[in-house]
Design a binder for this molecule. Structure first.
Ligand code: URA
Length: 238
């Protein structure tokens, strides 16, 4: 059950303040009865009309997906490529929080909760994301040091909070590097390595905030628990 004014605002027709005005003005009905009390609570089973028009009460949904390669992090694509929302069995209009490149795999959250999406994407809230990057040519100590110190991209520093070489294959001249950052610029990991002259051959996001992929296979997803959603909400800095 949610407060009526919150549900009206969440349907997208107006702000919560405006919804309160509409309720007090007697322009809102619940299950056929005019309601003009701001303490009223409703659920998705109730029929809410504003000026005799039904509003869409959507249940909030939260999914953690292990994104496969070859999917666009979007709800539709002009070039008709596969999009990640195709992988989730729901009728709700969910969308990804942030994006992973077409060829990047790993953890991504999808939801229809715009408030949570804004909290998690706002740079002020510094949500950490961890990536595993397979890179061409082994890193030198100097390059590793540069990466740890932070690299300027388009004039703005990107300073990883952690960098760790997980595997060092001198024979193939390939490194597997774990990098944790708290920003969300497009292609940021590939651009970080490009700045020190390394191409990323494979990229996987293994962690988002406190969430991990656990045993989800590529293309599989699970629902987030109420506790997990509450914990994600707590990332909001007041
Ligand atoms: N950084 C990238 O370069 N690509 C992604 O998909 C995510 C982060």
């Amino acid at each position: 059950m949610e407060r009526l004014q919150k549900v009206i605002a969440a349907s997208g027709i107006c702000s919560r303040r405006k919804a309160e005005e509409l309720i007090l003005a007697g322009r809102v009905s619940v299950n056929g009865k005019i309601v003009n009390n701001l303490g009223t609570k409703v659920s998705i089973e109730d029929v809410v009309l504003v000026d005799n028009k039904e509003i869409n009460i959507e249940r909030k949904e939260y999914y953690l997906l292990n994104k496969p390669r070859g999917y666009i992090s979007s709800v539709s694509d002009e070039a008709n490529r596969k999009v990640i929302t195709d992988l989730i069995d729901t009728k709700s209009r969910i969308y990804p929080i942030g994006r992973l490149d077409y060829d990047t795999t790993g953890l991504i959250i999808l939801t229809n909760d715009g408030k949570l999406a804004n909290i998690l994407m706002h740079p002020r809230n510094k949500v950490e994301k961890t990536y595993l990057a397979k890179i061409e040519k082994c890193l030198t100590m100097e390059e590793l040091f540069k990466l740890k110190k932070g690299i300027y991209i388009d004039g703005v520093i990107c300073k990883p909070s952690r960098v760790k070489i997980k595997k060092h294959d001198e024979e193939k001249d390939i490194d597997l590097v774990e990098v944790t950052i708290h920003e969300g610029r497009n292609h940021i990991i590939k651009r970080l390595f490009k700045e020190i002259n390394h191409d990323v051959i494979k990229l996987k996001r293994t962690k988002y905030a406190f969430l991990e992929l656990d045993n989800l296979n590529s293309g599989e997803y699970r629902y987030l628990s109420k506790e997990e959603v509450d914990k994600l909400y707590s990332y909001e800095r007041k």
